[in-house]
Design a protein around this ligand. Structure first.
Ligand SMILES: NC(=O)c1ccc[n+]([C@@H]2O[C@H](COP(=O)([O-])OP(=O)(O)OC[C@H]3O[C@@H](n4cnc5c(N)ncnc54)[C@H](OP(=O)(O)O)[C@@H]3O)[C@@H](O)[C@H]2O)c1
Length: 362
C-alpha cells in the first residue's frame, strides 16, 4: 500500500485523483483548509499550506511515498513545501502546473510557432525566482498566474544540497468537462450562445490544447506511480478553436447561436487566444501514457458541464467515438478535409497562446 498526500483535493480533478488512488488501494491523506470534505476513505488534515508552522504541525511525523501538490501557485509556497518535505518526508513530489508557464513576455518566439511547445521551451532551472514579489496578494497571484507557476517550478527544480526527492511538474492543458467545472469558462460561452450575445475574440484567434477532467485525473494517477523527473506536458491530442467549442455548445441549446466579435484590445473570452502555442505531448506518450483526442470527447464534456439543463438536439454525443464529426453517419470519422485540417493542426502543432487575463488562475 502506498502512502500518498494530496495538498488540495476537495474539488475538481483533485477529488477524482483521490478516488482513483483509493480504488487502487493507496492510503490517501488530504490536506487543505477544510472548506469541504475530501472524498470518503481519505484521511483529512486541515492546515493552510502558506503557514509553515501549521503545515508542519498538521503533518506531524507522517511520511509519504508521493506528495501531489494541487495548489502550489507561487515560489513562496514552493519554498515552504521544499523545506517541509525535505528530510525523508516523501520520496516523490508531483506539482500540478499549467500550460500557462509557456506564456510570458519574451515568449513571442512561439507566436505562430509551427511546432508544438515542448517542455524544454521553459526550463525551470533557468527561471529567476523573486520571493519578494507580493505573492501573498490574491490579485497579484491571479494576474501573475503563469509567472507564479514558473517560479514555483524553479524553486523545486533548483539544485540543493538536500536533494530531497524526485520531482516533476505536470503542465496541464485547459481542463474541460464534469458537472463540477467551477471555473465558469464554459458557462461564459453557454450564456452567450443561448442569447446570441457576441463572444469577444482576438482578430486573429488561435486554437489551443485541452484535456478532459477525467483524463487529467488519470494522468496524475499515472504520474504518481512513475519515476520520471522534471516538467511534463499533459494535453489531449488535437487542437480546438473557439468556433469549434461554440459550435458544440450550440448543438445542445435549441435556437442557440454563436456570434463572434473581434476585439483588438481588452478582455477576450476565456478560451480565445491571440498567440500561438500547442503543447507537445510526446514526452508523456513516449513514457507510456495514452491520451484521447479532444474532438472525440468534447461533446461529452459540454454535456456534462451543462448538466440536466442540456437540451440536446442529438443524443449520440455521450459516447466516445460518437458522431462528433456531425456528418450524420454516426461513425465519428471526419470528412477528408476536416480530418486533414485537424491532423495538420495537431501535427504541425500550430498551438496558440492566450493573451487575455480571463479564466486565469485555476
Ligand atoms: N482547471 C484548469 O483548466 C486548470 C488548467 C491547468 C492547471 N490547473 C491547475 O489545477 C490545480 C487545481 O486543481 P483542482 O481544481 O482539481 O484543485 P483541488 O485538488 O481540488 O484543490 C483545490 C483545493 O485546495 C485547497 N487549497 C487552496 N489553497 C490552499 C492553501 N493555501 N492551503 C491548503 N489548501 C488550499 C482549497 O480547499 P480549502 O479552501 O478547503 O483549503 C481548494 O478547494 C491548480 O494547480 C491549477 O493551477 C487547472
Amino acid at each position: 500500500m502506498r502512502d500518498i498526500l494530496v495538498i488540495g483535493g476537495n474539488r475538481y480533478f483533485g477529488k477524482r485523483l483521490i478516488d482513483r488512488l483509493i480504488a487502487a488501494g493507496d492510503r490517501v491523506t488530504v490536506l487543505n483548509r477544510g472548506s469541504a470534505s475530501p472524498p470518503a476513505g481519505a484521511i483529512h488534515l486541515v492546515a493552510d499550506r502558506d503557514d509553515e508552522a501549521a503545515l508542519n504541525s498538521a503533518l506531524g511525523d507522517r511520511t509519504f511515498d508521493v506528495v501531489v501538490d494541487q495548489v502550489c501557485y507561487t515560489p513562496r509556497q514552493a519554498a515552504i513545501a521544499r523545506r517541509v518535505f525535505t528530510g525523508g518526508r516523501t520520496h516523490r513530489y508531483v506539482m500540478t502546473s499549467t500550460i500557462e508557464v509557456y506564456e510570458y513576455e519574451d515568449s513571442l518566439v512561439y507566436e505562430d510557432a509551427v511546432v508544438p511547445v515542448r517542455e524544454d521551451a521553459v526550463d525551470p532551472r533557468t527561471v529567476s525566482v523573486d520571493l519578494e514579489l507580493p505573492w501573498h496578494r490574491a490579485e497579484f497571484r491571479d494576474t501573475h498566474y503563469g509567472e507564479g507557476k514558473r517560479q514555483a517550478e524553479a524553486v523545486f527544480a533548483a539544485d540543493g544540497t538536500e536533494s530531497p526527492y524526485t520531482w516533476t511538474s505536470v503542465r496541464v492543458a485547459h481542463v474541460l468537462g464534469g458537472h463540477d467545472d467551477f471555473t465558469g469558462r464554459l458557462d461564459h460561452y453557454v450564456a452567450r450562445v443561448r442569447t446570441g450575445t457576441p463572444i469577444a475574440v482576438p482578430t486573429e484567434n488561435r486554437p489551443s490544447t485541452y484535456i478532459h477532467v477525467e483524463e487529467i485525473a488519470d494522468f496524475l494517477f499515472w504520474a504518481v506511480g512513475e519515476d520520471f523527473t522534471g516538467p511534463i506536458n499533459a494535453a489531449s491530442h488535437g487542437l480546438l478553436t473557439t468556433e469549434e467549442l461554440c459550435a458544440t455548445v450550440a448543438r445542445y441549446i435549441p435556437g442557440g447561436r454563436a456570434v463572434f466579435q473581434n476585439v483588438d484590445v481588452g478582455e477576450t473570452s476565456p478560451f480565445s487566444f491571440a498567440r500561438s502555442y500547442g503543447m507537445d505531448n510526446s514526452r508523456a506518450t513516449g513514457l507510456g501514457f495514452t491520451f484521447g483526442r479532444v474532438q472525440e470527447w468534447l461533446p461529452r464534456a459540454v454535456a456534462e458541464t451543462l448538466g440536466p439543463t442540456a437540451d440536446m438536439d442529438m443524443d449520440m454525443d455521450l459516447d466516445m467515438g460518437a458522431d462528433v464529426d456531425g456528418d450524420g453517419d454516426g461513425d465519428g470519422d471526419m470528412g477528408a478535409d476536416q480530418e486533414s485540417d485537424r491532423e495538420a493542426g495537431f501535427d504541425t502543432g500550430s498551438g496558440r497562446k492566450r493573451d487575455s487575463g480571463s479564466g486565469k488562475g485555476n
